[in-house]
Design a binder for this molecule. Structure first.
Ligand SMILES: [Fe+2]
Length: 357
């Protein structure tokens, strides 16, 4: 075993302030080892039994993710440490460590640390405290990195879903921009009641994606019906009313969209139970469905359709308020009314108008 000389340890920041007596003690339990460039020091999944401090060199901490891609979690240099969880439990390693250049390490096995803990508990305790302080720093870094990745992923979802929706809307000039406006209004309503309804960031994202996709099932409705410039026959109405179920069937197998399915299936339910497809009433209708229902109705009334002219904003709001408790959830109508009167709804719609003239 290649034991370090006590005073050599002082060059490592971790031990720089330690008394000579403590250093002598540590030196008895540590060993020095050299790893060549590209050599694995730890392999993910193996049993943890050793903790490492880098005297000189460069080490990458990497982790395999589900797709099999190896991601670099952190880079460690002179004076840094890794493998510290080995001192706490015997579980499998949660990450790999690989030397990126010839690297000199100081190693302490769990067994030896156990002995140190008995012989010099204060020293062992101060080492553990130092470790946990630095570990917290690494954890914070890792969390902010994961949050950034999560944001990127959400943006990718949005863009993919938007591409699908744009293709869909291209079929029918009258619905151009409809989805985007419904989504903006639904997001705004959801945001305004988030605290009261205990909606977290994930719930809000689900509502956003659900609103974007709410009419995706219309892909199954023939053009002749969708674009008919007059009142619909009963059979045609029934065919249009298939779109929530069709949408659910289309998206049903896509795991990452499963939370958004309730928006697709339930945006035409009515609060009084007279809607479709399931004729559920009140709070039985999932909240995202109740929110999109209001946003969808407002936008439908305030845009031109083949068979009728648009209504002005005020009249549409009045129509929605008259139908609170019948077609719509009164709480959602109230939230929407507040946003409307504050000018927020008009601001959102004007903003979208400027984006796509
Ligand atoms: Fe719809």
């Amino acid at each position: 075993m290649n034991r370090p000389k006590p005073e050599e340890l002082r060059s490592i920041q971790f031990f720089s302030e330690m008394s000579s007596r403590d250093l002598r003690m540590v030196a008895r339990f540590a060993s020095t080892k050299i790893h060549g460039k590209g050599e694995f020091i730890i392999r993910e999944g193996t049993v943890a039994d050793t903790f490492y401090i880098i005297r000189t060199g460069k080490v990458a901490i990497t982790k395999k993710f589900e797709e099999g891609k190896e991601m670099v979690l952190a880079m460690q240099y002179d004076g840094d440490f890794f493998g510290e969880m080995a001192l706490l439990d015997r579980g499998p390693r949660s990450a790999s460590a690989v030397a990126l250049e010839s690297t000199v390490l100081l190693e302490i096995s769990r067994r030896d640390f156990g002995i140190l803990l008995k012989k010099a508990p204060l020293l062992a305790y101060s080492m553990m405290r130092e470790l946990s302080t630095r570990l917290r720093g690494t954890g914070t870094l890792l969390i902010s990195e994961l949050q950034r990745k999560n944001r990127e992923l959400k943006q990718a979802y949005r863009e993919t879903v938007n591409a699908v929706v744009n293709t869909l809307e291209a079929r029918d000039p009258y619905t151009r921009g409809h989805t985007e406006r419904v989504t903006a209004i639904a997001k705004s309503i959801a945001g305004s009641i988030a605290e009261e309804k205990e909606l977290d960031e994930e719930d809000l994202f689900t509502i956003e994606i659900g609103a974007l996709l709410h009419d995706v099932g219309k892909i199954g409705v023939p053009d002749a019906i969708l674009q008919k410039p007059g009142p619909l026959l009963d059979a045609e109405t029934r065919e249009i009313q298939e779109h929530p179920a069709t949408g659910k069937n289309i998206l049903g197998n896509i795991t990452y969209l499963e939370h958004a399915l309730s928006c697709v299936l339930h945006h035409h339910e009515r609060f009084d139970g007279q809607g479709y497809p399931e004729k559920i009433a009140g709070e039985m209708i999932p909240l995202p469905g109740r929110i999109i229902s209001v946003a969808d109705a407002f936008d439908a009334m305030t845009t031109d359709r083949p068979y009728r002219k648009k209504m002005d904003y005020q009249s549409a709001l009045r129509e929605i308020e008259i139908n609170a408790g019948k077609q719509f959830d009164p709480e959602i109508v109230e939230a929407f009314g507040k946003l409307f009167r504050s000018g927020e709804i008009k601001r959102l719609l004007d903003e979208l108008k400027q984006k796509t003239p």
